[in-house]
Structure formats: structure tokens, C-alpha cells
Design a protein around this ligand. Structure first.
Ligand SMILES: Nc1ncnc2c1ncn2[C@@H]1O[C@H](COP(=O)(O)OP(=O)(O)O)[C@@H](O)[C@H]1O
Ligand SMILES: [Mg+2]
Length: 254
């Protein structure tokens, strides 16, 4: 059977390292894959800077509502875009910010205090990404909003693998377990845990104990990440590349 491209969503508690891991995974996939869709589904909109997109470039990014309008123009109605392939990829590509073979897209603008959430845009973009016919050398990596509030059948639609990022502290573990449980309830096909900011053997044991047999990888505490001084260090990136390999292998085995 010919494999199609995978859709990976990165979830977990706020501050756990979702954006850091998503950006590193995106860069790792950009080396081996023809096209990487980098989707910022978190209203805090921090994936762009993590991928090296400047504030000027970032302010020029059009929101998903415009994509919706464009698709409706072309299709003349809601929901009919499923038949659009391969034009869907073309329209989406027009909307993305291109960084080499990385196609960046994000949810509506930055959430204002007391404003509405972007659940609808999120669900719409997921529907578009689900409708895309991804080739084996294409991949989608989504940086999800923090916690469980935004995780639903709609927002998780089409996701093949949900990576739950967990720090070695009880609150992060607790949120991770809730995310894991919810993901199973809404039938996400595969859920795996990545421990982050691991600084000791005890940290590693704490994660393995909380998620027995479900830990795909452990990422050490990384000083470059912590200080926010550009990209994570080489050790961190090498470990993320291994996580990517495990994802690809797991995929080939199923
Ligand atoms: N392995 C790590 N070691 C040290 N600091 C990290 C690590 N991973 C992430 N960080 C830092 O933790 C903070 C939160 O990370 P971020 O990726 O923005 O989390 P999230 O997207 O889950 O909110 C950032 O300051 C980031 O630089
Ligand atoms: Mg983030």
C-alpha cells in the first residue's frame, strides 16, 4: 500500500515546549521531505519566530478567514472544497509564507483579551488540511493551543499522530494525561509522549513512570532554548531528528 503523508499535531500544557518541538520537527522534516506544512494553530502565534520568520514578514501573513473566503469564491459555497484537489494545494500554497520548502500558515490574528477563540478557523483549516491529498514526501506539523480546551473532534480532524509534550513536573504530567485521554476519546489514531526539559535521571524516570510504554523520546534541558537565544542547541536538534525517525518508522510499520 502506498503511504500518504502524515499529519502531526503537537499538544501539551502551556510552556511545555510545544512550539520549540514543533519548530525543530518542521526543520528536521524540511531536510528529508519535499514539502512541510507548518501550521500555527495556537493563538499565541509563536511558531513564526521559532521558524525564523521576522515580525515584518509575520505582520504580512493573511489570516485563515481570507483563505476561507477565497475557497468559497472558487467553489461557490461552504464545504464543497473537498472536490477541489489539486487546486486546493495551489490555493493553500498561495496563502502560506514560504521558507524554502516549509509552507507556514497560522490561525486568525492574535487573540485579543476577552476575544473569541479561533476554534472555527481552526476546524476549517483542519478540514482543508484533511482534504489535501498529501504525498508521502509531504507532511503537516501543527503547533496546537495549550491544554485540552481546544482539542476536539473538529480541531483534531485528520491528525494521524498527536505528540503530547510533557515537562517533568506534576502539573505538566497531569495535563499531558488529560490530553492523552481526550485524544483517545476523540479517536486520534496514534498518541505519543515526548518528555521535555529533562535535567536528571529522576526526571526521565518520572516521565516514563507516568506514561509507561508511551514515551517516544526524551529531550534534555537545553540552555540555548531556555535563554531564547535563537535556535536550540545541536544536541536538542539531534534528539528531535531521532524522534522524527521513530515517527517515520512507526508509520511504516502500521
Ligand atoms: N528543552 C528545553 N530546555 C530548556 N528550555 C526549553 C526547552 N524547550 C522549551 N524551552 C523553553 O521553554 C519555554 C516554553 O517553550 P515553548 O516551546 O514556547 O512552549 P509552548 O509552545 O508549549 O508554550 C520557552 O522559553 C522555551 O525556549
Ligand atoms: Mg507555543
Amino acid at each position: 500500500m502506498k503511504l500518504r503523508g502524515i499529519r502531526i499535531a503537537v499538544s501539551g500544557k502551556g510552556g511545555a515546549g510545544k512550539t520549540t518541538l514543533a519548530a525543530a520537527l518542521i526543520r528536521a522534516y524540511a531536510v528529508t521531505h519535499r514539502r512541510v506544512y507548518a501550521v500555527d494553530a495556537d493563538p499565541d502565534a509563536s511558531l513564526a519566530p521559532a521558524l525564523g520568520i521576522s515580525p515584518e514578514e509575520s505582520s504580512a501573513i493573511r489570516p485563515v478567514v481570507e483563505l476561507k473566503e477565497r475557497i468559497q469564491d472558487v467553489m461557490g459555497g461552504e464545504g464543497g472544497f473537498f472536490s477541489l484537489n489539486p487546486r486546493l494545494a495551489e490555493i493553500l500554497s498561495d496563502f502560506c509564507t514560504h521558507i524554502g520548502n516549509i509552507l507556514f500558515i497560522r490561525m486568525g490574528g492574535i487573540k485579543k483579551a476577552g476575544g473569541n477563540c479561533y476554534c472555527r478557523e481552526n476546524a476549517f483549516l483542519n478540514a482543508v488540511l484533511t482534504a489535501l491529498l498529501l504525498e508521502q514526501d509531504e507532511v503537516v506539523v501543527m503547533d496546537m493551543p495549550a491544554g485540552i480546551e481546544h482539542l476536539s473532534r473538529g480541531t483534531a480532524r485528520g491528525v494521524d499522530i498527536l505528540l503530547v509534550v510533557v515537562e517533568p513536573n506534576p502539573r505538566s504530567v497531569h495535563t499531558g494525561q488529560l490530553v492523552e485521554k481526550l485524544a483517545q476519546d476523540i479517536d486520534v489514531p496514534r498518541v505519543a509522549v515526548v518528555g521535555n526539559k529533562i535535567a536528571s535521571v529522576e526526571d526521565a524516570v518520572a516521565i516514563e513512570t507516568a506514561f509507561p510504554g508511551r514515551v517516544l523520546g526524551l529531550l534534555s534541558f537545553d540552555h540555548a532554548s531556555y535563554k531564547g537565544e535563537g535556535d536550540p542547541g545541536p544536541g536538542f536538534l539531534a534528539r528531535v531528528a531521532q524522534i522524527k525517525e521513530s515517527l517515520d518508522k512507526g508509520r511504516a510499520a502500521t
